[in-house]
Design a protein around this ligand. Structure first.
Ligand code: PLP
Length: 479
């Protein structure tokens, strides 16, 4: 399996060559040269597999330049009941991503039983083991620099803690994360994890990461890397649970299912698109946004118009407060028939701060094929989240988080009785206590291991919003 860039100017590469890379050298994103197809016989064989065995089959199609025994061992070490045991009481940790049936034909796929209680752990835990393996092979070291307002940073830290050859420098805006999220990150005592509380807002943190990354001499000298959602290995690892959800929600491979996905950077649903391209019988991919509806606008009108930070709303589903979807380029590449010249034209406009419109005549034939890819979309607002959290609690006795509520709200709008609907659960409600209290007038359930986490000793550095101070700190503590 070889990988190509969505902008067409890079030579094709192997999986392990792109594992530690972010963007391709031409500014595009990596995708398989051609999607692997699953046969009917494979689907039948895979239906009965455990999560790690299924992951080995699916990922084995994408990772072909690593000894199979090593890959299997890595996967078996990643997807264990011990790592994915944070689910609600009575959940089945051995399932890793259990399907919870609300009523016949309506399901939640639980993806937030990992250490940080959000779906990002499903891929990030594997990434931690893959990175450590690759660095060991090359006797190399990596300093991961990131900015977070919550879920990504904690997921990265829990995936990389204790890994040899790796240090994590994670910037977060001081005092701006929830108490629970702050405690999750800052209570880590591992020597290779550095939490940097920046005196500023999230944008300051992101600007510092950009400034450091643009200093190429510093970046090379200190082997600075990232773990953001454009990383191909993260997308590939997410493909697995679409197979898992499909098998759990159906009896036979003649059936189709719909998936509903609360979306921000288009990483999660991009994996669904890839599963569908591989031949998994997915009828629809239902994309849900919150008030930041740039992706819904595209699927309705053909206009993709990323918005400025000032026009990005802060909502009660904060991990979807994104107005430029970093993985979206991967889908558009497929939609325009993988024509790299068209991609360079479209993303030239986006990278210059502009927009594109696929309803225009020269692109209309591409946009007309949206339905062939199964995509439909919708939006959800704060009042919708509250109403959905209440309705699911009252009707089924199940407590859902705010992001999952966005997905359910839009999923139910598109539901057809004859097709099973699988809604992806992307976080546990305890991460967003305030909104749960507002909706249900009660406290969210908290996994036993996380009771009192706010009272643990915390380890972090406070720093001014100043890239040179961050560089000095990295230079003094780098791997
Ligand atoms: C990151 C995140 C999302 C959005 O996922 P994308 O891959 O960015 O589309 C949704 N819900 C939660 C809880 C998240 O952490």
């Amino acid at each position: 399996m070889k990988y190509v860039s969505t902008r067409g100017n890079s030579t094709s590469r192997n999986f392990t060559e792109i594992l530690l890379a972010g963007l391709a050298p031409d500014g595009g994103l990596y995708l398989p040269e051609a999607y692997p197809r699953v046969t009917q016989a494979e689907l039948s064989e895979w239906r009965g597999l455990s999560y790690p065995a299924l992951a080995f089959k699916v990922l084995g199609k994408f990772i072909t330049d690593m000894p199979a025994g090593d890959l299997k061992q890595l996967i078996d070490r990643t997807y264990t009941a011990q790592v994915y045991c944070n689910g609600r009481p009575g959940g089945d940790a051995a399932e890793i991503a259990p399907l919870r049936t609300l009523e016949p034909g309506l399901h939640l796929l639980e993806l937030s039983n990992g250490p940080t209680l959000a779906f990002k752990d499903m891929a990030m835990q594997l990434l931690g083991n893959l990175f450590e393996y690759a660095l060991d092979q090359g006797h190399a070291e990596l300093n991961i620099l990131g900015a977070t307002s919550g879920d990504t940073g904690s997921s990265a830290e829990y995936a990389m803690r204790g890994k040899h050859g790796i240090r994590v420098f994670m910037l977060s805006p001081q005092g701006k994360m929830s108490r629970f999220q702050t405690a999750q990150m800052f209570s880590l005592q591992d020597a290779n994890i550095f939490n940097i509380a920046v005196q500023g807002v999230f944008d300051n943190c992101q600007d510092i990461v950009k400034a450091v990354s643009n200093d190429h001499a510093f970046k090379d000298r200190y082997k600075i890397g990232t773990v953001n959602s454009i990383n191909w290995a993260r997308v590939a690892a997410q493909v697995v649970y679409y197979f898992k959800g499909y098998f759990a929600a159906t009896q036979s491979n003649d059936e189709q299912v719909d998936f509903s996905v609360p979306s921000g950077n288009f990483g999660n649903i991009c994996a669904g698109h890839i599963a569908r391209m591989m031949g998994l019988p997915i009828r629809r991919l239902i994309l849900a946004t919150n008030e930041n509806d740039v992706l819904d606008e595209f699927f309705r009108t053909g206009v993709y118009q990323p918005r400025a930070t000032a026009q990005t709303f802060q909502t009660s589903s904060p991990s979807m407060d994104i107005s430029k979807a970093s993985n979206f380029e991967r889908f558009i590449f497929d939609l325009v028939g993988r024509d790299a010249a068209t991609m360079r034209g479209l993303w030239g406009q986006v990278d210059a701060g502009g927009a594109f419109d696929l309803s225009q005549t020269q692109y209309a034939s591409h946009f007309a094929r949206i339905a062939d890819y199964g995509f439909v979309s919708g939006t959800s607002c704060h009042a919708d989240r509250l109403a959905t959290i209440r309705r699911i609690w009252e009707q089924y006795g199940v407590m859902i988080d705010t992001h999952t509520a966005d997905g359910l709200k839009v999923g139910l709008e598109h539901r057809e009785q004859c097709v099973p609907l699988v809604c992806l659960e992307t976080a546990l409600p305890v991460k967003f206590e305030e909104t749960i209290r507002e909706a249900l007038k009660r406290e969210p359930e908290r996994p036993a291991g996380l009771i009192g986490i706010e009272d643990l000793p915390q380890r972090f550095e406070v720093m001014a919003a100043d890239a040179s101070a961050v560089k000095d700190f990295i230079a003094a503590h780098a791997a």
